[in-house]
Write a protein that binds this ligand. Structure first.
Ligand code: UT7
Length: 324
């Protein structure tokens, strides 16, 4: 009998502090009009001094566990996607594990920048499918504000901080086939384009944390093309068509990229979960933040087909199809 991963709980957490476009216009030569027109972003949440990626991750995870009706002690796997870990090591997942009271199993971090949540979800799903985990916590958590160059208007206006988490539970697939759960995941990367979006620091290279550097136009071009491809790939793999999709929950980098993917899928905008205006780009956290919101407010319902997709530094990109 085959095993499938079912999402049984979602949670999200945002830092209290909100920074508006007008606030940023006092720091760099920009305007609310430019930021909204080019990105759709109106504001972002920024972590307070001393508020760490693990703090955001733990708050989101506690909500996801509560919704799932299990405790940290019931978990046997944590996969945490982040580009902004608390420390170089141990993994931020280890801090989350300890604070959630999870005493066994395995906890580790995954680094795929803005595609991190899709990568983490795919890894946890595969652990469950082969029987190596039964209750997995998948987290996307970031304090991206810590690696921004607050004098670079081309990047500092784009990103925000936050965390989202989902609990996956192993369930036997029914005899007639999969009724619900993660249908498939699809991961890609192309390291030849690593210089399009990177941080100009690191333990081995410069011994500094560094700042985000991006060739926005080129990343935009790749994103539109690669996301269209991976969305097609995930539908084809499941014998499904665009018309079967109930909800698109995309990585929230830019409203124009999201609209382009929705147009390619002939999806009306009310079938797309969009949080970029309020959250900005929260990297690995953006998909689970958006998903938690749409589940909590009742938009995503049992039986719905939900498509998750993301593109980020590396370049990395991927998608997951989930029957709710
Ligand atoms: O999540 C990971 C993946 N990341 C992404 O998907 C990001 C993809 N890229 C983008 O979203 C867009 O490329 C940006 C939003 C970053 C930029 O939009 P764009 O339409 O590609 O603008 P641009 O970079 O070509 O810049 C156009 C102009 C430039 O001025 P000149 O050279 O035309 O005089 C920039 O200097 O806008 C200027 N500019 C700004 N002006 C006001 C750049 N940033 C700003 C700013 N405020 N914040």
């Amino acid at each position: 009998m085959s095993i499938r991963s079912v999402i049984v709980g979602c949670g999200a957490h945002l830092p209290a502090k909100i920074v508006t476009n007008d606030d940023l216009a006092k720091l760099v030569d920009t305007s609310d009009e430019w930021i909204q027109q080019r990105t759709g972003i109106k504001q972002r949440h920024i972590a307070a001094d001393g508020e760490l990626t693990s703090d955001l991750a733990i708050a989101a995870s506690q909500k996801a566990l509560e919704r799932a009706g299990i405790s940290g002690a019931d978990l046997d796997l944590i996969v945490l996607a982040t580009t902004t870990p608390d420390q170089t090591f141990p993994a931020t997942a280890a801090t989350v594990q300890a604070k959630l009271g999870m005493l066994g199993g395995a906890a580790f971090d995954v680094q795929a920048v803005c595609s991190g949540f899709i990568y983490a979800l795919a890894i946890a799903d595969n652990f469950i499918r082969v029987g190596q985990a039964k209750n997995a916590l998948v987290i996307g958590a970031e304090t991206f504000s810590r690696i921004l160059d607050w004098t670079d208007r081309g990047t500092c206006v784009l990103f925000g901080d936050g965390a989202g988490a989902v609990v996956l539970k192993a369930e036997p697939a029914s005899e007639e086939g999969v009724r619900r759960g993660i249908l498939s995941t699809h991961l890609h990367s192309d390291g030849r384009h690593r210089d399009l979006l990177y941080v100009d620091g690191g333990v081995s290279s410069t011994k500094t944390v560094g700042h985000v550097r991006m060739n926005g136009k080129e990343v935009f071009r790749h994103a539109v093309q690669r996301l269209a491809e991976v969305v097609d790939e995930s539908l084809t793999a499941n014998g499904l068509t665009q018309a079967d999709i109930d909800w698109l929950v995309p990585h929230q980098a830019n409203r124009r990229i999201i609209d382009s993917t929705a147009r390619k899928l002939s999806l009306s905008t009310d079938k797309v979960v969009v949080t970029v205006a309020r959250h900005g780009n929260t990297s690995a956290a953006s998909i689970p933040l958006a998903l938690a919101e749409a589940v909590e407010d009742g938009r995503v319902r049992q039986g719905d087909l939900v498509l998750l997709e993301a593109m980020g530094g590396g370049l990395t990109w991927g998608a997951a199809l989930v029957r709710w």
